[in-house]
Ligand binder design. Structure first.
Ligand code: E4P
Length: 217
């Protein structure tokens, strides 16, 4: 399972890139607004930091403008994955960009049938938003399970399932068990994945016992 970082904060990426665990980045307009920085600068800097796809989202909703924006974003760097919303216009743009060899991340997916449409449109990634489904009283992880089942039925569908709207470590565990190809994880959640009280307790004991031997390595 690949891990993407869900952030538009370049410093957070710099801090975590050396873990060797980060395979890509996702951003969205909300994260860009939160960063307070120029969108294109952030995307280019991210692309130079990470050896993997960096999702950059279009702003327009109509087909013509979205296509122009998508091409401009793809021109920023070869690692840009153009992020389009799951709408008729978005899927039309997805098909065109994919046919041109550009990576496309179809975002705001809330149903397995939407994911089937995105795959048929040639999406590189489909982003089902598990946390936002949980927010409205559904089990968001059912989305991942259903999409996996559908995609497995058709070997010609090559779209990667990118579990998005991940809010806590349990989402990462469930997404992995459900067969998501990728989870896009907020930095705070990635840090949480490392920690276990039994690991801390074990380290404390080993450090103390090693010290008592008086040896060095
Ligand atoms: C990633 O591509 C999404 O934009 C992001 O995971 C959304 O997460 P949120 O629902 O916590 O805003």
């Amino acid at each position: 399972m690949d891990f993407f970082l869900d952030t538009a904060d370049v410093n957070e990426v710099k801090e975590l890139v050396d873990t060797g665990l980060i395979n890509g980045i996702t951003t969205n307009p909300t994260l860009i607004a939160k960063s307070g920085r120029a969108f294109k600068d952030v995307i280019i800097e991210m692309c130079e930091l990470i050896d993997g796809p960096v999702s950059a989202e279009v702003a327009a909703l109509d087909y013509e403008t979205m296509l122009v924006e998508g091409k401009k974003l793809a021109d920023l760097h070869e690692r840009v994955a153009v992020k389009v919303p799951l709408t008729p216009a978005g899927l039309r743009v997805c098909k065109e960009l994919s046919d041109d060899g550009i990576m496309v991340n179809v975002t705001l997916c809330f149903s397995p049938l939407q994911a089937l449409l995105a795959a048929k449109a040639g999406a590189t990634f489909i982003s089902p938003f598990v946390g936002r489904m949980d927010d409205i009283g559904h089990d968001g992880m059912d989305l991942i399970t259903d999409i996996r089942e559908i995609y497995e039925n058709y070997v010609d569908l090559e779209t990667c399932i990118l579990a998005a709207s991940i809010r806590h470590p349990l989402h990462v565990l469930q997404a992995a068990k459900a067969g998501a190809d990728i989870a896009t994880i907020p930095p705070k959640v990635l840090h949480q994945l490392y920690h276990h009280p039994m690991t801390d307790r074990g380290i404390d004991a080993f450090v103390k016992d090693w010290a008592s031997t008086g040896q060095t390595i």
